[in-house]
Ligand binder design. Structure first.
Ligand code: FES
Length: 130
């Protein structure tokens, strides 16, 4: 059996939503201390809906495939739903990752949650000017 699923290879070779959103209102950056890989997520949220999402990943193939799939899973979704995204859901959508590569999908979950938290802290500041 191949080590990586067709979907992992497809999202690695042809990642979706790569890049930067200049006017993003939620940005999250996380890193894995062990492998040194870094992932950055940009969200453009309007009326609590994720209108656009882009990522930059400096990391392994599984991290790139995970970030690509994670962006596909949350695009067009409400913030509340995106908050529930787990690394398991990302790995399942990729038809699985090798056990020793599961931590790469954790990076995608963490980067999205960090970007959503950034969005929350920005909107709370707007609503509470003190
Ligand atoms: Fe570091 Fe995959 S080996 S995220």
């Amino acid at each position: 059996m191949a080590l990586y699923s067709e979907k992992v290879m497809d999202h690695f070779r042809n990642p979706r939503n790569v890049g930067v959103i200049e006017d993003a209102n939620g940005i999250g950056e996380v890193g894995n201390a062990k492998c040194g890989d870094i992932m950055k997520m940009y969200l453009k949220i309007e009326d609590e809906i994720i209108q656009d999402v882009k990522f930059e990943t400096f990391g392994c193939g599984s991290a790139i495939a995970s970030s690509s799939m994670a962006t596909e899973l949350i695009k067009g979704k409400p913030v509340s739903e995106a908050m529930k995204l787990t690394n398991q859901a990302v790995a399942e959508a990729l038809d699985g990752l090798p056990a020793y590569k599961m931590h790469c999908s954790v990076l995608a979950e963490e980067a999205i949650h960090a970007a959503l938290e950034d969005y929350r802290s920005r909107t709370e500041k707007i609503h509470k000017p003190y």
